[in-house]
Write a protein that binds this ligand. Structure first.
Ligand code: NDP
Length: 310
């Protein structure tokens, strides 16, 4: 059969803990999965440093190393990888039809979507230009570099509070920039930042620009009540304004919430289309942990296996 007409048993999109675990289980079930790496092979853990809460590593493990080990474990069972992403899907036919970014076509009896979520940015030109040079969306990855320096965190959710608190281990002052006069974060997280003497909260504050030629030297902020703007001198600028699920090629076919998170049936990875399964952060905005993603990847593999048996 030509490659064009070949029908796969399982195609998995995404290579975070969910995708790799789904690949591990389907490969060991002799389903010969075809896995698409996606835009960030290894997923969000590749931009993390120490992972101390993934079971089985007494001393913790670096995020990129954990993902490398997962990949090797999956490769051992003969999993095939495509260094690309699926950008188009037709899910009202069976087998399902998919296209990658080079326009190559694939057909598959089951599809496991494990494409994860990406950190949101404000969309400022200088914010993009200075990414990695003072602009970061991961305090746990980069906080260490700001020992004795001044930083800002944008956001008013649990992530922003957690990151602001974490950054006080290193930075002299952490400016927390909240766009409203209240925070979305849970009461306990709010109390922690309010009671932390190293955190200065700026209410009703938005960021107009990130300053600096080669690296961040400050930011321009505005109070959206008084319209007063000013510059803050600082060296680190952290975004904690939520994540966007990487569900774009699939949302027109699948049930999803207002933010694009795919909806699965309770206690399973089944979507509204039989044979299509979703696992990991693309369908979970609550737990968002490597271990929960891995667990749901396992469930997706078992669900796909059961679907194929019938
Ligand atoms: P959230 O969606 O909860 O919060 C996002 C925050 O960013 C909000 O304060 C929002 O403001 C703000 N924001 C969004 N867009 C902009 C923008 N363009 N400019 C300025 N501010 C902006 O995301 P989180 O990542 O904080 O949390 C996601 C989920 O994970 C939540 O369910 C949370 O509870 C959970 N979580 C739990 C933790 C824990 O319990 N330890 C730790 C981290 C996350 P506004 O409110 O005005 O919309």
């Amino acid at each position: 059969m030509s490659e064009e007409n070949k029908v796969e048993d399982v195609i998995i999109c995404g290579t975070g803990p969910a995708g790799y675990t789904a690949a591990l289980y389907t490969a060991r079930a002799n389903l010969n999965p075809l896995v698409f790496d996606g835009i960030q092979p290894g997923g969000q853990l590749t931009i993390t440093t120490d992972v101390e809460n993934y079971p089985g590593f007494e001393e913790g493990i670096m995020g990129p190393e954990l993902m490398e080990v997962m990949r090797k474990q999956v490769e051992r069972f003969g999993t095939r990888f495509v260094m690309d992403s699926i950008i188009e899907a037709k899910l009202d036919v069976h087998p399902f039809e998919l296209k990658d970014s080079f326009g190559r076509s694939y057909k598959t009896k089951t599809l496991i979507i494990a494409t994860g979520a990406s950190a949101r940015y404000l969309g400022l030109e200088n914010e993009t230009r200075l990414q990695g040079y003072g602009v970061s969306a991961c305090a746990t990855c980069d906080g260490f570099f700001y020992r004795g320096l001044e930083v800002a965190v944008v956001g008013g959710g649990d992530s922003a509070c957690e990151e602001a608190n974490f950054l006080t281990k290193f930075a002299t002052t952490v400016h927390l920039l909240v766009r409203r006069d209240e925070m979305r974060a849970s009461k306990i997280m709010q109390d922690r930042v309010i009671n932390n003497p190293k955190i200065k909260i700026h209410w009703n504050t938005e960021v107009l620009d990130v300053l600096g030629e080669k690296e961040v030297t400050g930011i321009k902020i505005i109070n959206n009540k008084t319209q007063e703007s000013k510059d803050l001198t600082l060296q680190g600028f952290f975004l904690a304004i939520g994540h966007t699920p990487n569900s774009a090629p699939f949302v027109s076919w699948l049930d999803h919430d207002d933010n694009g998170y795919l909806i699965t049936q309770p206690d399973s990875t089944l979507t509204n289309i039989p044979g299509v399964f979703a696992c990991g952060d693309v369908q979970d905005h609550t737990y968002r942990q490597a271990v929960t993603a891995a667990g749901s990847g396992c469930k997706a593999a078992l669900d796909a296996e059961r679907f194929l048996e019938h």
